[in-house]
Write a protein that binds this ligand. Structure first.
Ligand code: ZN
Length: 275
């Protein structure tokens, strides 16, 4: 009965998009998943988790939470393509020389270390094999790198720490024609691409070249640091192009580079038998 086969064929055809859809988790955020769905996903279908870490810190004329905004934005931009879940964000970090500025907040190193370690162990205990730490804040790099190494060696899992602004330094030069810095062209563009409302151009005086200072040289140090925009190269990094198109162009290139690094690392771990 050809018509019967046709009906059966159409039935499976109709099921196909639903079946394909069922391969995808209902959400990439651990916050959103129910334990029963999570149990089916991890580790059978998803072995990788992204943990974003930032801080609250004064940032020139962009939001105090820029170091939170950027890694969270990056995580959501790459999660599906690297087949990862996204762990809840860690928003309090080790703010240092800018901590006295209004709305900034510093967690001392020791409780930060203990807390982040407990989160990492919790992710391992939930079955994740690969942990991608996307960091938004420079001064906590050594702590995160040490923790990531300790967890990888102690629990036989795979970890990587990505500091996007260092990874993307060549893109900063390519897109803006000069070096970046804290709360300067690179970070401003990332925040603007994710949420333009967080860039307060009305606070951008036009005299910011005088307000920004190079990253502290060894010759002197001051706390509070007497500027909230810090240049990696003296005289460079002050935003000149305010257009959304430029910000989106920069963001897309940074996303592509972070994604490529993560995919390549996951692939190499798998080839080496670590996954
Ligand atoms: Zn920042």
């Amino acid at each position: 009965m050809p018509s019967r086969f046709l009906v059966i064929g159409l039935f499976f055809l109709a099921l196909y998009p639903a079946a394909t859809h069922a391969q995808q988790p209902s959400s990439r955020s651990m916050d959103d998943l129910n334990w029963q769905e999570f149990r089916q996903l991890v580790p059978a279908k998803i072995k990788t988790v992204i943990l974003t870490v930032g801080t609250l810190e004064a940032h020139g004329f962009i939001n105090n939470g820029a170091d939170n905004t950027v890694p969270v934005g990056l995580a959501h931009s790459i999660a599906a393509d690297v087949n990862a879940l996204i762990a809840p964000h860690i928003p309090y970090g080790v703010t240092d020389i800018l901590a006295p500025y209004p709305g900034s907040l510093r967690i001392p190193e020791e409780p930060f270390r203990v807390y982040v370690r407990a989160v990492l162990v919790g992710l391992v205990n939930n079955g994740f094999k690969n942990i991608i730490i996307l960091n938004g804040h420079g001064p906590q790099i050594p702590i995160l790198q040490q923790l990531a190494q300790d967890i990888a060696l102690e629990y036989k899992v795979n970890t990587i720490v990505v500091n996007w602004w260092i990874l993307a330094n060549d893109i900063t030069h390519q897109v803006f024609g000069e070096d970046g810095g804290h709360a300067t062209n690179d970070e401003t563009a990332m925040v603007q691409a994710i949420n333009p409302k967080q860039v307060h151009w009305e606070l951008f005086t036009g005299n910011d070249m005088a307000e920004a200072l190079p990253v502290p040289p060894d010759a002197w140090s001051a706390v509070p640091f007497p500027a909230t925009m810090l240049q990696y190269t003296p005289g460079q990094g002050i935003p000149k192009d305010r257009t959304q198109a430029k910000a989106v162009e920069y963001y897309a290139k940074v996303v592509a580079k972070v994604k490529a690094l993560v995919l390549d690392t996951l692939n190499r771990w798998e080839l080496a038998g670590f996954n």
